[in-house]
Design a protein around this ligand. Sequence first.
Ligand code: ZN
Ligand code: ZN
Length: 907
Amino acid sequence: MGKKELAAIFSSDPDRYYKVSLFDRLGFKRQRCNNCGKFFWSLEEKPVCPDHQYYGFIGEPPTNKRLDYVSAWKQIEEYFRSNAHSIIRRYPVVCRWRDDLYFTIASIVDFQRVIGNKVIFELPANPLIVPQMCLRFNDIENVGLSGRHYTSFCMIGQVCNADAHGGYWKDKCIELNYRMLTNSLGIRKEEITFVEDVWMGAGAFGYSLEYFVSGLELGNAVFTEYEGNENDYRVMSNKIIDMGAGLERFSWITMGTPTSYDCSFGPVVRKLVDDSGTSERSEILSKYFAAISSKLDYMGGDIQTLKSIIAKELKISDDVLAKIITPYEAIYTIADHTRTLMFAISDGALPSNVGGGYNLRVILRRALSILERLGWKMRLEDIADMHIDYLKQMYPELEEHREDIRTIIQIESGRYIGSRERMEAIANSIKSTEKKIAVDDLIRMYESDGVTPDFLVDVGAIDSIPSTFYTKLAELHTSQAAAQAQKPIYGIDGVAPTRLLYYEDKSIRDFTAKILKVIDKKSIILDQTAFYPRGGGQEPDTGEIDGVKVLEVIKQADIVVHKLQNPLDSSVGITVHGTVNDRRRGLITSHHTATHVLNTSARFNLGSWVWQNSAFKDENYARLDITHHSSLNREEIERIEKTANNVIRQNLPVKIKIYDRGEAEQEYSFRIYQGGVVPTSNIRIVNIEKWDIEACGGTHVSTTGEIGLLKITKSERIQDGVVRLEFVAGAAAMNYIQKQDNQLTMIAQSLGSSKEKLVQSFQKSINETEAAKKRVKTIIRKIAPSIAKSISNESKQLGKGIKFYHIYDEELDDEYHISIGEKSIDCDPSLIYVALISKGEGIRVVVFVGKTAQKKIKAFSIAKRLSVQLGGSGGGDDRFGQGGGKFKDKISSALLSVEELLLDSNM
Ligand SMILES: [Zn+2]
Ligand SMILES: [Zn+2]
């Protein structure tokens, strides 16, 4: 059963599902659309539903109120406040509380938590409204063109739990919406139509009434009554009202501007028109956009055809029309894209080539290429500033991130310009080749060179983006993630949950426990354990159970499984004794708390976009991967390290407390989800007072002072937008520093110096080496003539006019042989000089052939023959050849074959 069938069921019993008390009281009549058969309710009789209606409000709004974007929100906020709703601040546009979404796509998502395959609704107040910014990237092509599509928009969410205190159901919901439209927005009641519909979401569904005014859909009130899917469902014990309405449309209906962009971006559009020097052709523009806005759906979404029709109506050519409207489409698109980037970056997302960051990079580059194409000098960061100036009345938190947003947009813009040339070169090479470009080629180009397929389409290198591109790309990344997932253990169903002693008292290292189950002889489950299992990037404890080594500890659901080196003698029901390796646990614990300290230190020093991407905590090593746009320089690393050590020295208390999830989110914000989503309704919050707060299941020290010391050992950019910090803490940091210190002492000793003067001594030693090299060169130059003479004497005569000298040298280098070889053939033109020089694992080949000998054989052919025999390659010119190989055992046979070559060529 699909949406259609479900709609038919609900509409077959309108009294049960759709008729609300308001309809009866005011005389709303139920009608059926002559066109599509949908059912709808309105005061006046109409032949068709609003889906087939042009926008009647453009230029002629159905109310006397004129509300710009922010004023429209203030109006709605005031209305709901006076109707006993709590006003909730918007949630981040980056959806950190759900694994299955990168971005918040609807207001109801704020209150949904997914556990297993079940969706749970958690409301921080009842009833409530929230001005939720939502990001959607599925309709990018229409943004800026259609008059009403956005990559980000504000969905006003009116939400309540119908069965809890303060809640209400459909009668009151529609009553509130009706009064909002008529009293608060001043809309004439005859203009309002309610359309019967169905809404199916993740794990829950219901019937809904969409409300339209003058052909424009303003909102959709969903009565979420069922959980499950359409084939297997039950009535929810807490039914949910989920009314979502676009704020952009509320403003638009009262303003009646040609597009919703004209009233939703505050002063930004006006400013961009002025700054770009776009000329005003207001009459044609209004007519054009009014037509596009209102007829696009009606035309089946085909913008190009509609454009031609409108051009004809306006009695101008397609080209003239394009000239007038293109700058406006550009302005609307740029205004939309910068607003989306502004919200995403302020909530901690970075443009990149992975995950949700990909969409941000796409729109940023799209906006930049529009500016470039039109030759406009505006900067995106300045436009983002304009948005903040306007929207901070509604979202004051944006002001805090103003600088960060500028920084990221600047960095990304610079990157785009830098990569343009490379991308163009790749595009040209694609254009010049006959070969068809496969999806895999596109993926490779995207992953290694950041060449987006959109760009290749733009420049005409490919016709279209293959439909499988994004799916394949997504698969690639999910298969990488899945490969890391833990393999499930079978046969533990029905075993009682393990009592987790490591949470009850973190100091327990010895304990006794009863065996509940043995799997495959070597894996055991106990009734309680002090062994910390692998999880959240923390490596497991090791130790012994009844003298047998514990190799691995894992937790599946609420059961801990210990994997042993050998089978135990005891069986189910027997009490055993466990000992946790205390040293290892201590080191890992220090590393874990240090990770939290370091994470906030990185954010503090680098910027608000820094989040934990992943982390790993072992005995002698830890790493933290953070989201950051560039690799770190020495100075940044030092600052991060210093701040972290300051926090350690302040000896801040580390407090651990279990919170109700909603309470934790409201109190500490979504910053707590550094380690990812927590799939339980209780959250363990690790709070390093005044420094870092995270939801975390790991083991921690009691005060930061216990960490002692934190030393970053290495940092590298491991992927686009992710930087890795490797570090050591506590005793491991001490070991690391001692080891480095010992190495320095050894170096100092071998230089005959002290550690304090090491740099000086090292410089001196380098200078001395340079001087010695110079001296050797001079000596070689001086003695070369006499060596050359003796070489000429020692060489083997191979028939008339050719002499052959060869040497395998393990002591002197190629520089020596180049000087001597050159001198030797000057002094004896019939000489062929071959030196094979041992160099590490390989052999280097140097060949000189004198003037006379060159008539018989060239240096490059000897170098080539030798090198190939030695398993390498070589070349050169008539006089000088060089090369190399790796088979030292082939030296004599290679020389022999050269001798044969010489004899042959001398015939
Ligand atoms: Zn219809
Ligand atoms: Zn943690």
